[in-house]
Design a protein around this ligand. Structure first.
Ligand code: GH3
Ligand code: MG
Ligand code: MG
Ligand code: MG
Length: 317
């Protein structure tokens, strides 16, 4: 999501996630060994506009979860020949947390402890048969809504409020995983730290609000440059950005960073009827071994310091 002028990026990200989720149908997996029972559930779910996948056993259910990567809710019967719904619930929970996938147990058993067993095994909800259609539909809707809220929270937690870019937290969460993946494939990566030159001066001259506007414009430009790429862009804080270039060695990353440096220097930000421009300095470090992610960021930071020292508007590696 790329922010526009005068928008609070994070609010818009949250709204965009909500719209995206509202506009697409949720896929629900129904697991029951009795066909008529499956069909009852399916027709109730379809009347709520859900997409439904039916399976008649736990094994099939596990396979369906693999096949359809987007199942968000499983409604499972308990008594089934090969695997009980309780066992299926435990099995699913080893792979999917309740923040990714909701599970509702359904059973006509007269064992009143069954609902507690399901919930302890990680089910999100449980309904005894025979159930009132309305109640099942409400529980389904509540579970889907909870998942939507969790997704919005996750998106918000990963993003920077001002610019809408990924934040430092997310960069440090995902970065090491990407790097490790590359190293396993015997490929190096590179990381860059970019810092706007003399930003304090800009703030002092034009005020913090204009400073924010320039910062947002730089962020937006970077977001456009990296849109659709595998590179991980984030705002580390203040007027500093970090970019991870998976599978790119230092010389290729440096070349790319120099193009970005040049691009940013040509960026015009209109504020108070004036065209403002900024330059950036960038430090690039190659990640070729299993040292800590922090070590490589420190190395990039030292190169950034050299770029500043040598006069700014430069890339060092
Ligand atoms: P250098 O070229 O050495 O990087 O100089 P600089 O002035 O950019 O560096 P310095 O670290 O001294 O100042 C960074 C300034 O960025 C200080 C702070 O007021 C400003 N800043 C940090 N975060 C924000 C922000 O979110 N909005 C605005 N407007 N300013 C910010
Ligand atoms: Mg059954
Ligand atoms: Mg700085
Ligand atoms: Mg600076």
């Amino acid at each position: 999501y790329v922010v526009k002028d005068g928008e609070f990026a994070l609010d818009n990200i949250v709204a965009a996630v909500r719209r995206a989720l509202a506009n697409r149908k949720t896929r629900v997996l129904v697991v029951d060994d009795v066909r008529s029972a499956r069909e009852t559930l399916t027709s109730l779910l379809q009347s709520q506009q859900y997409m439904v996948v039916e399976t008649s056993s736990g094994e099939e259910a596990m396979a369906a979860l693999q096949t359809y990567g987007d199942i968000e809710l499983v409604i499972t019967d308990h008594h089934m020949p090969d695997m009980t719904g309780y066992e299926l619930t435990r099995k699913i929970r080893r792979r999917f947390g309740s923040d990714r996938l909701r599970i509702i147990g359904v059973s006509s058993s007269d064992d009143r402890m069954l609902s507690a067993s399901f919930l302890k095994a990680g089910a999100s909800d449980f309904i005894y048969r025979p159930f009132v259609a309305e109640e099942l539909q409400c529980r389904v809707a509540n579970n889907v809504e909870t998942l939507t809220q969790l997704k919005q929270l996750r998106a918000a937690a990963a993003c920077d409020y001002l610019t809408g870019l990924y934040n430092r937290r997310y960069f440090y969460e995902l970065g090491p995983k990407i790097v490790t993946d590359c190293l396993r494939q015997k490929a190096v990566s590179s990381v860059a730290i970019m810092d706007i030159d003399h930003f304090k001066r800009l703030n002092d001259t034009y005020g913090h609000e204009i400073g924010d506007k320039v910062l947002t414009a730089v962020a937006r430009r970077l977001a456009t440059i990296f849109e659709g790429s595998d590179n991980l862009l984030s705002r580390l804080g203040g007027e500093e950005f970090a970019i991870l270039f998976p599978m790119l060695d230092s010389s290729a990353a440096t070349k790319l960073c120099d193009e970005i440096r040049s691009d940013i220097s040509r960026l015009k930000v209109t504020a108070d009827d004036e065209d403002l421009s900024v330059t950036v300095s960038i430090g690039v470090a190659e990640i070729s071994d299993y040292e800590t992610f922090d070590n490589y960021l420190n190395a990039a930071d030292q190169f950034l310091y050299m770029a500043k020292h040598k006069g700014r508007n430069l890339v060092f590696s």
